[in-house]
Each structure stands twice: as structure tokens, then as C-alpha cells.
Design a protein around this ligand. Sequence first.
Ligand SMILES: N[C@@H](CCC(=O)N[C@@H](CS)C(=O)NCC(=O)O)C(=O)O
Length: 105
Amino acid sequence: MNFLNSLLKRQPEKMKAQVEIYTWQTCPYCIRAKMLLQWKGVKYTEYKIDGNGAARVKMAERANGRRTVPQIFINNQHIGGCDDLYALDRQGKLDPLLMTEASPA
Ligand SMILES: N[C@@H](CCC(=O)N[C@@H](CS)C(=O)NCC(=O)O)C(=O)O
């Protein structure tokens, strides 16, 4: 497994950030975002907010007014949606964020 991970440039043991994602179950962008997190071996907290208007309002308050799903947070920092997550990854900025442990509250 370690050999495979190094071949695939995966470092799941280093993914220490606290990751949260707001989703709808059948939303393709949500599925795509979770696929990237799972591929990297990230543990995340998923808030399934299908049909829950109050939860969506709460999400939008945390997400600078953005109401689409998914909305993703790393160590309480708003990352944005699926496209934003993949863009960060392309720029090589996602792994360092995911490897940063949340500072104690
Ligand atoms: N560019 C966004 C697209 C997200 C998006 O369009 N999500 C849809 C669900 S699959 C949504 O929230 N639609 C509800 C709306 O636009 O109000 C992303 O990458 O996250």
C-alpha cells in the first residue's frame, strides 16, 4: 500500500486538516468534490442539507453568501465549491492546506 501511495503521490497519513463539506446527495459537483477528498485519503465531516432551508442559510452565512452546494471548509477557512477545490489542487495549493492541522479552538 505504501508503495502504491508513493507511486500515486498520495500521502493519506499526512492529511490532518479538519475538513467540512455541505452537500446534497445527488449533486454531481458534491460527488466530484468528495471523490477528490477521498482519493487524497482525507477524513471529512459531511453535512447533508437536502431540503433543509435553515441549514442552507447557515451554510451561506459561513460561505460569504454562496448558496450553491458543495461548500467546503478546511480548518474553518472557506474554500468555495467543487471548481474552487479542483483549482486549488491544480495550483498545488490544496495538499499543504490539507496537511495543516487545525489550531486548537
Ligand atoms: N461551480 C459550482 C457549481 C455548484 C452547483 O451548481 N451546484 C448546484 C447543485 S449540483 C446547486 O447548488 N444548485 C442550486 C442553485 O444554483 O441554487 C461548484 O463547482 O461547486
